[in-house]
Design a protein around this ligand. Structure first.
Ligand SMILES: NC(=O)c1ccc[n+]([C@@H]2O[C@H](COP(=O)([O-])OP(=O)(O)OC[C@H]3O[C@@H](n4cnc5c(N)ncnc54)[C@H](OP(=O)(O)O)[C@@H]3O)[C@@H](O)[C@H]2O)c1
Length: 317
């Protein structure tokens, strides 16, 4: 997937894995099949056609619900990105092909546009399994997620020996969490025409300005446990993002997404409501000045919070 063939923003469906779950789930969002169908319709009608999911999101539920939401649309009208997660690999001869087949089954398709190794559990062991999948056409493009520069280079070398390459990188990258930039991964991607997908640009809702100590993230959810305690320290940043947005008829969330676009990345925004698509459309149209970008980054640094996910290792190692 080169810089010219993907939309400016991809749509994430980790939260969709909570759908229909008894209890609070990871996000504590109350999502319905009809609501997500509306999200999909609005997305496709506004040109946001690339959907990111993973076998592990809700242990298959995200993929199943996504397929239902996209039902009836031509397969050529949207693109699917899903992942092999080493931690849930089976013990067959080819655990990557097995996990892909299960994803294809849930997604109701016979190929995925972009397939990821979800994390660098063992790069030398898992990367080679992508090669037959690329050759068979079951997978059109491949990428690596949560890999540091050395791990990206190793995966690229393994694929390169077979005539393929790492075509995309997907890492946590928000104004609050810029380790991939400090580690030179953004620069590497720019230099080698590798698309960098930034995930959690909204820090799971904490950067939208919609949540505060008086109106916290849903109680009992995993994201609440991570972010609710930080919300008071994020206030100056989200207030400034809201003010920058106000001048352009946009929200703090739109500015957080526009920041990631301005940095040359493709944000994956975890949309859960139909109105979020309007935000994505606005974000695509916002041009932040260099001064605004520097100001937001300084406010983010002053908040002094660490939002690295429990699944991520240190990119600057
Ligand atoms: N490769 C990896 O290891 C990895 C890790 C994490 C995420 N990802 C991918 O990246 C995607 C994005 O990350 P994420 O979903 O965890 O978090 P995110 O995009 O930072 O935040 C998503 C949350 O923000 C709110 N939201 C979304 N769009 C909004 C908008 N336009 N305006 C206001 N609020 C908005 C929603 O919360 P409410 O429902 O409360 O409104 C939603 O649940 C995931 O869905 C997944 O596809 C990949």
């Amino acid at each position: 997937m080169t810089s010219t063939t993907a939309p400016a923003v991809a749509l994430g469906t980790w939260a969709w894995g909570d759908s229909g779950e008894v209890g609070d789930g990871y996000f504590g969002s109350e999502l319905t099949a009809s609501g997500l169908r509306e999200v999909a319709e609005q997305a496709l009608s506004t040109g946001f056609t690339l959907w990111d999911t993973a076998a592990v999101y809700g242990m298959g539920r995200s993929e199943t619900v996504l397929a239902q939401a996209l039902k009836g649309y031509d397969r050529g009208d949207y693109q699917l990105s899903t992942k092999f997660t080493p931690q849930i690999a089976g013990d067959g001869d080819d655990p990557v092909a097995d996990m892909l087949e299960q994803s294809l089954d849930r997604l109701g398709t016979d190929y995925v546009d972009l397939y990821w190794i979800h994390n660098p559990a063992d790069v030398a062991r898992w990367t080679p399994y992508l090669i037959p999948l690329l050759r068979s056409g079951r997978v059109k493009h491949v990428g690596v997620s949560n890999h540091n520069l050395k791990e990206i280079a190793l995966a690229d070398e393994i694929l390169g020996d077979a005539g393929f390459r790492v075509e995309a990188v997907q890492n946590h990258y928000s104004v609050l969490h810029r380790s991939s930039e400090r580690a030179g991964i953004l620069e590497h991607c720019r230099e080698h025409d590798v698309r960098f997908f930034s995930y959690m640009v909204l820090e799971q809702g904490a950067l939208t300005g919609r949540y505060s100590p008086a109106h916290p993230l849903p109680e009992g959810s995993s994201r609440a446990a991570v972010y609710n305690g930080m919300l008071p320290r994020l206030r100056a940043l989200t207030d400034r993002m809201a003010a920058i947005g106000d001048d352009r008829g946009a929200s703090a969330a739109d500015v957080a997404t526009a920041w990631a676009i301005a940095k040359g990345t493709t944000p994956i925004v975890g949309v859960t409501k139909v109105g979020h698509l309007d935000g994505v459309v606005r974000a695509r149209g916002i041009e932040l000045t260099g001064e605004e970008i520097a100001e937001l980054e300084a406010l983010a640094d002053a908040a002094d919070v660490d939002t690295r996910g429990s699944w991520e290792h240190d990119m600057e190692r």
